[in-house]
Design a protein around this ligand. Structure first.
Ligand SMILES: Cc1cc2nc3c(=O)[nH]c(=O)nc-3n(C[C@H](O)[C@H](O)[C@H](O)COP(=O)(O)OP(=O)(O)OC[C@H]3O[C@@H](n4cnc5c(N)ncnc54)[C@H](O)[C@@H]3O)c2cc1C
Length: 412
């Protein structure tokens, strides 16, 4: 890879790009990596969480230095069902992500405040005109839109708050659905970080991507009040709009990775029903770091195959999303989740990891259906209610199309 400014350029220092950089720094210290991020810190402004069982044991080392919250179990609540589940739960903050990357990567491997304006398989150009030649280029710029997909949204606003007195919660509540329902299925997600620090997130499975932030803040206040917690201080706030994919054509996301691998949510590498991408991002990072041929073509080919396989495996979850968004009336969507959480621990774990077995799938579909049967059948046959097209939620700003790198090199 002589004659290049770097061996591997990773464009976008968010979750997927940062994890690949971390994995390569650990597994391939012989390579020069350049992680290029338009923002001033890596990872943006997020709290990412996951079930430990979502991550294959062989890849857990990658997340170890990033974890800021660690719990041995969690619970869910629906009217008539309060359930404790034994799966460990973890959280990563973007501040820790940024610090860990700066610690692990050699000096000169991170460029922040650097917006990429053009790239191709030979290199990239920054908005300030600087050009870099690379042995391989990976596009990890996140998603501005999800062309070709249809479905709905999981949207949320979360606040990290300090309570005036100890809140008494010791384990996360992943879904508190025992709440007034608005805008589709509403639940509250609660993570206790210390005796007086708790993250409270108001979440919706909705037909629209709009977030009414003042209303959600009010509902978070009301939730705290209902638990007799007095909010002494709001320490942080985040919001997000994630796609829930019911159907579509993945070609615009997956196809055409000619020499430049696209990774992260922009390549459809997320769970169709939760929009969560962390488990897949870890698997892809570990896969790339273990490849012997790290040419741009080889990485792009491997990632494209992985993304196609991921799309195929997601068919069952997309069918459930069709039933959720197409057959269940928005105000009755909670029933689907309430029923789901009556099923076995192992099934629930495999579901979130996107690894449901055939037995799990049958178990999820048999029994008294939580949505009207005729509507469900109509949805499965593609005759259900029209679903919202997944366009670009306002939060995401950059364009997915980008001109080619204008560098002078053309390696045959
Ligand atoms: C608030 C929030 C919370 C979430 N929580 C979870 C969770 O708990 N668990 C989970 O699994 N998933 C979660 N998700 C969903 C998903 O995992 C995240 O959105 C994840 O960050 C997506 O990773 P990514 O690398 O594809 O994109 P991003 O993390 O968005 O990274 C893309 C990066 O590229 C940079 N970039 C874009 N354009 C350019 C350019 N031209 N030049 C240079 N840099 C550029 C961006 O600034 C950004 O840093 C959450 C999403 C949000 C919004």
């Amino acid at each position: 890879m002589a004659g290049h400014d770097t061996d591997i350029a990773i464009l976008g220092g968010g979750l997927a790009g940062g994890l690949v950089a971390l994995a390569l720094a650990a597994r391939r210290p012989d390579l020069r990596i350049l992680l290029v991020e338009q923002g001033d810190r890596l990872g943006g402004h997020h709290l990412w969480s996951f079930f430990l069982t979502d991550i294959p044991p062989s890849a857990r080392w990658l997340l170890k230095p990033l974890v800021v919250g660690k719990w041995g179990s969690h619970s869910v609540r629906f009217s008539g069902n309060r359930r404790h589940l034994g799966s460990p739960y973890r959280s990563i903050s973007s501040a820790r992500f940024d610090a860990a990357l700066r610690e692990a990567l050699p000096a000169g491997s991170i460029l922040t405040g650097a917006a990429v304006s053009a790239f191709d398989r030979r290199g990239f150009t920054l908005a300030d005109g600087r050009q870099f030649r690379a042995g391989a280029v990976i596009d990890a710029r996140g998603a501005a839109a999800f062309p070709g997909l249809r479905g709905g949204w999981q949207k949320f606003l979360g606040r990290m708050v300090r309570t005036a007195t100890p809140h008494g919660l010791t384990a996360p509540i992943i879904m508190d659905g025992n709440r007034a329902q608005h805008d589709g299925f509403r639940f509250v997600y609660v993570l206790p970080f210390s005796h007086d620090t708790v993250f409270i997130e108001d979440t919706y499975y909705s037909d629209t991507p709009d977030i009414d932030a003042p209303a959600l803040r009010e509902r978070i206040n009301a939730y705290a009040k209902s638990r007799s917690w007095t909010i002494a201080e709001v320490l942080d706030e985040e919001q997000g709009v994630l796609p829930v994919v019911a159907e579509g054509e993945p070609e615009a996301l997956i196809g055409g990775m000619h020499g430049v691998a696209r990774i992260g949510v922009a390549a459809g590498l997320f769970h169709p029903l939760t929009g969560y991408s962390l488990p897949t991002a870890v698997r892809v990072a570990a896969m790339i770091a273990d490849m012997s041929d790290l040419s741009g073509e080889a990485i792009a080919g491997a990632v494209e195959n992985y993304a196609r396989e991921h799309w195929r495996n997601g068919g069952f979850y997309r069918m459930l999303a069709r039933m959720l968004f197409g057959a269940a009336l928005p105000e009755k969507r909670y029933r689907v989740f309430a029923r789901f959480y009556r099923l076995g621990d192992g099934l629930v774990e495999r579901f979130y990891a996107g690894q449901s077995t055939w037995r799990d799938r049958v178990r999820l579909l048999v029994g008294r259906p939580p949505v009207p049967l005729l509507a469900a059948v109509a949805c499965l046959l593609g005759r259900g209610r029209a679903l919202a097209d997944l366009g670009a939620p306002g939060r995401l700003s950059h364009d997915t199309t980008i001109p080619a790198f204008a560098g002078e090199t053309e390696d045959a």
